[in-house]
Design a binder for this molecule. Structure first.
Ligand code: FES
Ligand code: FES
Length: 140
């Protein structure tokens, strides 16, 4: 059979060669930053989104100080949020990510970090946007 790059190989990539590692400028008003920790193990994940004027996510980066499953979950999360709206990504659950990576039950909290980080990033972006609007109103 022809060897094509399988779905499973792509998942392995998230472990061996995580996508979208890095940082966006957290002071940029179009950037939302989510910083969350896992009480179970002390691991920490930072996930950032860059949002355009229509509320669509154009870029995402992460930095995770944690286990391989947390890093792979971050990598999947950054891939999934790109091109979606800030409201759509709130529907991404840790069970989606865990199922995608075939995480064993003891590693479920690692994917929970990614879900929490997405939600925290959207929340941060929304609060910045709210503040931005107030500043404009005051200026007018
Ligand atoms: Fe990359 Fe599914 S293999 S998100
Ligand atoms: Fe805690 Fe993976 S995030 S062991």
């Amino acid at each position: 059979a022809t060897q094509t790059r399988s779905y499973h190989d792509n998942i392995v990539e998230h472990y061996e060669n995580p996508q979208n590692v890095g940082s966006l400028d957290k002071n940029d008003i179009t950037v939302g930053t989510g910083l969350v920790g896992a009480p179970a193990c002390g691991d920490v994940m930072k996930l950032q989104i860059k949002v355009d004027a229509n509320g669509n996510i154009t870029d995402s980066k992460f930095k995770t100080f944690g286990c391989g499953s947390a890093i792979a979950s971050s990598s999947v999360a950054t891939e999934w949020v790109k091109g979606k709206s800030v409201d759509e990504v709130l529907a991404i659950t840790n069970s989606d990510i865990a199922a995608h990576l075939k995480l064993p039950p003891v590693k479920l909290h690692c994917s929970m970090l990614a879900e929490d980080a997405i939600k925290a990033a959207v929340q941060d972006w929304k609060s910045k946007k709210g503040n931005g609007l107030k500043v404009e109103e005051v200026a007018v």
